[in-house]
Design a protein around this ligand. Structure first.
Ligand code: MN
Length: 209
């Protein structure tokens, strides 16, 4: 198990398989204001690959972009809505196909309202994630070991979480509903970027009353 830090793009020849866990770290929660600093990926084998971006606006990452847009590779996110929007805005790509463990959790685990990654990973895998470095300067020239470990931990458990959620969704007859929600995520991200996020400041969610 190792964390690999890459600068600017994924290395040539790296094959992460047909199911890749992905997360992003940014300078904040507004894709149009806050730049994308880091994209983390894992094939589910215990290794994490981190792509760090340097100067603002420099996103010359053809291999990462191709992987995100490769329709033969499913990308697993936790709260894909944000990651897909921020990658669409900064990398100029449409990510597909998408699986979101937060949507799956909300559809499958109706016995709880704890759908954050920490709670989900704890219940489904027994692993206790540290969130200590969650709010830190991801644009720093050199990331600390704590930052690298934290960023990696956000993608290392998503395959296992997905497998359990898939079983629960099938058990409850909600697989098709989940898949329809996943297919809608690019549109949801486009609405967010277009001014219909519904998160205040006069923005209206078109699905709200
Ligand atoms: Mn993260």
């Amino acid at each position: 198990m190792a964390n690999h830090l890459h600068h600017g793009d994924l290395p040539e020849g790296l094959d992460l398989g047909k199911l890749v866990a992905v997360d992003t770290e940014t300078l904040g929660l507004k894709p149009r204001r806050d730049r994308l600093c880091l994209v983390q990926l894992s094939a589910g084998d215990g290794d994490a690959h981190l792509v760090k971006f340097g100067a603002p606006g420099v996103y010359d990452a053809p291999r990462l972009k191709a992987l995100m847009a490769d329709t033969s590779v499913t990308k697993i996110f936790h709260y894909a809505r944000f990651d897909v929007a921020t990658m669409k805005h900064h990398l100029g790509i449409d990510t597909a196909p998408i699986y979101c463990t937060k949507i799956a959790s909300k559809l499958a685990r109706t016995y709880t309202d704890k759908h954050g990654l920490k709670d989900l990973v704890k219940e489904l895998t027994g692993v206790d994630l540290s969130k200590a470095s969650q709010s830190s300067d991801w644009a720093a020239a050199t990331l600390s070991k704590d930052q690298v470990d934290y960023a990696a931990s956000d993608v290392l458990h998503l395959h296992k979480v997905k497998a359990t959620l898939d079983m629960m969704l099938a058990r409850e007859g909600r697989t098709a509903l989940a898949e329809a929600c996943f297919r809608f995520l690019p549109t949801r991200a486009a609405l967010d970027l277009g001014g219909w996020a519904g998160d205040g400041e006069g923005e209206r969610d078109i699905f709200a009353h």
